[in-house]
Design a protein. Structure first.
Lengths: 223, 489
C-alpha cells in the first residue's frame, strides 16, 4: 500500500525534486507550496510530513506548532540553517527529525523510509525476518518453514543478529553476548561459528560480513 | 535650558521669597510702630487745653492736624486747629524730621457716643467696628491691604456729646525703614551677588565648551585623539572619564577592525576555496553534456566525480561556517542532550549516496541502547561528518569505511571511524592533532582540503572536552577515535 507524504516547500525547483524523488520511491505525495494553517482533514491518511522551515506566509515553526495541536503525524524538517538553536527548537516543537540542506535525494528517501519503517515483528517470542523464523521460546529456527538444527551457540548468535536485523553488529558485541571466554575462545572463533551457521541457513547468504565491524543479518525487506 | 539662565533662575527663585518676606515683615513692624506713635500722639493731644470746647462748638467741621514724629514716637508735635474754614490745615511747624520724604500729618475727627460723626469728611465706621470699639479706650482700626493709612480710635476721658471719641488718622510712610534701611542700598549687594554668581559661571561654561569641543574632535578622529585633561576639579574628572572612554573605544575599534579584516580574509578564502570545486563540478557537467551531444555513453566515473564535488562543496561550506563560529572570541555552544546513535545515522545517511558513487562501502554499528552526550549537536555532527567524509573521500573504489559507536563501561563512549584507504604516514599521524596542521599528502586539490575538516573536528573536540586520536587501522588505513563522557548534563 502506498504511503501518503505531504511536502510543504515553497521553492519550485526543490519542491518539484522532492515530489519527484519521493514519488519514484513509491510514496503518494501532496505538495503544498506555501506555509498556512493545516486543517485536520488535510492530514487524513498522511503518514509523514516533509516541512521546510523558511516559508512565505506561516513560518514552518508556527505551522508545526499548530499542527501538533491535533496531529501526531511524523514531521521531517528541512532546514537551510546549520544553527543548533533552530534544530533544538524544531525538535522541541514536535519535529521528529531534521535534514540540513544540502542533502541527496537518496538521503531524504532513506530518512523518510526509516521514519515509516515498522519495527521487526515480534510476537510471542518469535522473530520473522523474510523467510527466516526464529522461535525464542522453543529455541527453534526454520527457513521457508523447513526446520534448521542449530547448536546453542549458533542459535544465540542468530538471535543476536536477528534482533537487530538490517544493522551491522560488531564482532566484539557478538562475542561478548554468545561466547564464554573460558570455553569458546576469542573473536576469531566467532568467524568459525558464523560460517557454520551460514551453511546451515542455506543459500541466499542471509548473514553478511561487514568490513571493519562484524556481521549483519539481511533485513529481508525489499528496498 | 542653558547653564547660565538656569543659574539666574535658581538665584532669583531663592532670593525673591526672601526679599518679599523681609519687606512684608518690615511693613508689619512699620504698621505697629505707626499705630503706637499715633496713639501716643493722640493721647498727648487729648491732654491739651481747649480743643474739647472747640470741638463741641463745631463738631461738624472740627478737625485737627498734627504730625507724629515718625513711627517711633511723636516728639512735641505742633498742633494746629481747624477754624471751620479749612478741614485740612497744614501744620504750622516745620516738616517732621523724618527725613526729606514727605509725610502727611495726623488728622483728627470727632465722634459722639454712638460713634457717629457730624463731620461729613470723617470716615463712617461700620456697625461691627462700632460694636467692638464702644466702651474701649483705644481701638486700632483694621488697615486696608496695601494701604499706608493707620487709624486709631480713642475715647475721650468722661467724654460725652459729639466729641466723645477721637479718630486719629496717620500714615505708615515711608514704605520701608523698620528693619530694612529706608534707602534702597540693600538691593545693591543682592544684585552684586547675582552678578558674581553669573560671572563665576563664565569660566566654568567656557571650560565645558572646550571639553565638548575636545570630545567632538576626538569622535571625529575616530578616537585616535584623546581628550586633554586640565586641572583636578569635577570638570577635569569629566574630561578624564571621556579620555578613558575614548581609550576604551580606541581598543574596541581596533579589535573590531581586526575582526573585520579577519572576516574579509575569511570571505576571500572561502570564495577561493569554494570556487575550485565549483569549477571542477562545472567541468564534469560540461563533460557529461559533451558526451551526450556526441552520442557517447555518459561515464559513470564522471558523474560520480561530479556528485563528489557537489558533496564536497556542501561539506566545505558547512566547515567554513563552523570555522567562523569557532574563530570568534567566545564560540557560543548550544549544548544539549544529543542522541549519538541518531547523529551517526544522520552522518552515514548524508555520506552514503556519495560513498556509493565512489564505490566505497560505508557501514556503521550502533549499540542497542541510545548513547547520549552533552554537546552542541551542529558542531558535533559536523566534526563526526568531517572524519567520515574524510575516510570516504580518500578511499579508492572497492574500499571500506566503518563507523562504530560503542560505550566503554557506562561512563564513556567511543566513536571509531575506520578505513582501508591509503592512510597517513606514521610521521604525520601525531601531527594531525596539532593546531592548524594541513596534511602534506596530496589527498585533495583544495588548499584547505582534508586538513581543514580535521582541524575543525579537532577544535570541536577540544571545545567539548572530547579526546581525538589518530592511528593506523589494521588494513593500513586511518583509524580515528573520538572519546568522551556519556550522559546528559
Amino acid at each position: 500500500m502506498t504511503k501518503r507524504v505531504l511536502i510543504i516547500e515553497d521553492d519550485e525547483q526543490l519542491g518539484a525534486q522532492l515530489d519527484s524523488h519521493l514519488s519514484k520511491a513509491g510514496f503518494a505525495t501532496t505538495w503544498l507550496k506555501a506555509g498556512r494553517e493545516l486543517a485536520p482533514d488535510e492530514l487524513q491518511g498522511v503518514e509523514l510530513v516533509v516541512l521546510d522551515l523558511m516559508l512565505p506566509g506561516l513560518h514552518g515553526f508556527d505551522l508545526l506548532k499548530r499542527l501538533r495541536a491535533f496531529s501526531d503525524v511524523p514531521v521531517l524538517v528541512l532546514s537551510a540553517r546549520s544553527d543548533t538553536t533552530d534544530k533544538v527548537r524544531g525538535l522541541r516543537l514536535g519535529a521528529d527529525d531534521y535534514l540540513t540542506k544540502p542533502f541527496w535525494p537518496e538521503e531524504l528517501v532513506e530518512r523518510v523510509r526509516a521514519r515509516l519503517r515498522r519495527p521487526v515483528l515480534e510476537r510471542a517470542g518469535a522473530l520473522q525476518i523474510g523467510a527466516l523464523r526464529i522461535d525464542k521460546e522453543r529455541r527453534t529456527v526454520s527457513v521457508e518453514a523447513a526446520p534448521v538444527a542449530l547448536t546453542r551457540l549458533e542459535f544465540d548468535l542468530l538471535v543476536a543478529l536477528a534482533e537487530r536485523a538490517g544493522s551491522a553488529v560488531t564482532r566484539q558485541a557478538l562475542a561478548q553476548r554468545v561466547l564464554d571466554p573460558d570455553r569458546d575462545g576469542d573473536e576469531r572463533t566467532l568467524d568459525v561459528h558464523v560460517s557454520r551457521l551460514r551453511k546451515k541457513l542455506g543459500p541466499g547468504n542471509l548473514i553478511e560480513t561487514v568490513w571493519g565491524i562484524g556481521y549483519r543479518l539481511a533485513s529481508g525487506r525489499d528496498e | 535650558m542653558r547653564l547660565r539662565s538656569r543659574l539666574a533662575l535658581a538665584t532669583a527663585a531663592a532670593a525673591l521669597p526672601l526679599v518679599l518676606a523681609l519687606v512684608w515683615w518690615d511693613a508689619q513692624a512699620q504698621q505697629r510702630a505707626a499705630e503706637t506713635a499715633l496713639i501716643e500722639f493722640t493721647r498727648s493731644h487729648l491732654e491739651r487745653e481747649g480743643w474739647h470746647a472747640r470741638c463741641e462748638a463745631a463738631p461738624e467741621t472740627w478737625s485737627a492736624d498734627g504730625a507724629p514724629d515718625g513711627p517711633r514716637g511723636p516728639r512735641a508735635p505742633d498742633e494746629a486747629e481747624a477754624h471751620g474754614a479749612a478741614p485740612h490745615e497744614p501744620p504750622p511747624g516745620a516738616p517732621p524730621p523724618g527725613g526729606p520724604r514727605h509725610r502727611r500729618p495726623a488728622q483728627f475727627f470727632a465722634y459722639d457716643e454712638a460713634l457717629g460723626s457730624r463731620n461729613p469728611s470723617a470716615p463712617v465706621l461700620s456697625e461691627g467696628l462700632k460694636q467692638s470699639a464702644r466702651g474701649r479706650d483705644v481701638t486700632v482700626l483694621p488697615a486696608p491691604w496695601r494701604s499706608a493709612t493707620v487709624e486709631v480710635l480713642l475715647r475721650v476721658a468722661d467724654g460725652q456729646g459729639p466729641c466723645a471719641y477721637l479718630l486719629a488718622r496717620g500714615t505708615t510712610e515711608p514704605w520701608l525703614g523698620a528693619i530694612l534701611p529706608t534707602t534702597r542700598i540693600w538691593i545693591t549687594p543682592l544684585v552684586v551677588m547675582f552678578a558674581a554668581a553669573l560671572l563665576a559661571l563664565g569660566p566654568v561654561i567656557a571650560r565645558i565648551r572646550r571639553l565638548t569641543e575636545a570630545v567632538r574632535r576626538s569622535a571625529l578622529s575616530h578616537y585616535t585623539e584623546g581628550v586633554a585633561v586640565v586641572g583636578d576639579d569635577e570638570i577635569a574628572e569629566l574630561a578624564r572619564a571621556f579620555d578613558g572612554a575614548a581609550r576604551d573605544l580606541r581598543v574596541e575599534l581596533g579589535e573590531k577592525d581586526r575582526r573585520e579584516q579577519a572576516l574579509r580574509e575569511f570571505l576571500a578564502n572561502t570564495t577561493h576555496d569554494v570556487m575550485i570545486p565549483l569549477t571542477v563540478l562545472q567541468g564534469h557537467l560540461a563533460g557529461v553534456r559533451a558526451d551526450l551531444a556526441s552520442g557517447k555513453p555518459i561515464e559513470p566515473a564522471t558523474l560520480a566525480a561530479a556528485m563528489d564535488e557537489a558533496h564536497y562543496i556542501g561539506a566545505l561550506i558547512g566547515n567554513l561556517a563552523l570555522a567562523a563560529k569557532l574563530d570568534s572570541d567566545s564560540p557560543d555552544l548550544h549544548r544539549g542532550t544529543v542522541d549519538l546513535n541518531a547523529l551517526v545515522t544522520r552522518v552515514i545517511a548524508r555520506h552514503r549516496p556519495v560513498a556509493r558513487q565512489l564505490e566505497v562501502e560505508l557501514e556503521s554499528a550502533l549499540p542497542g541502547a541510545v548513547v547520549s552526550v552533552d554537546a552542541d549537536v551542529t558542531m558535533l555532527e559536523q566534526a563526526v561528518s568531517n572524519v567520515v567524509y574524510n575516510a570516504v573521500r580518500h578511499n579508492q573504489p572497492g574500499g571500506h569505511v566503518a563507523v562504530i559507536l560503542d560505550t566503554l563501561g557506562t561512563e564513556r563512549f567511543r566513536l571509531r571511524v575506520l578505513d582501508d584507504g591509503p592512510g597517513i604516514p606514521a610521521g604525520e599521524l601525531a601531527r594531525l592533532v596539532e593546531r592548524g596542521f594541513r596534511g602534506n599528502a596530496a589527498r585533495t586539490r583544495a588548499p584547505n582540503g582534508q586538513g581543514f575538516g580535521l582541524d575543525i573536528t579537532r577544535r570541536v573536540a577540544e571545545l567539548h572536552g572530547l579526546t581525538l586520536s589518530f592511528d593506523r587501522s589494521q588494513d593500513g588505513g586511518l583509524q580515528v577515535d573520538l572519546e568522551g563522557a556519556c550522559g546528559a548534563r
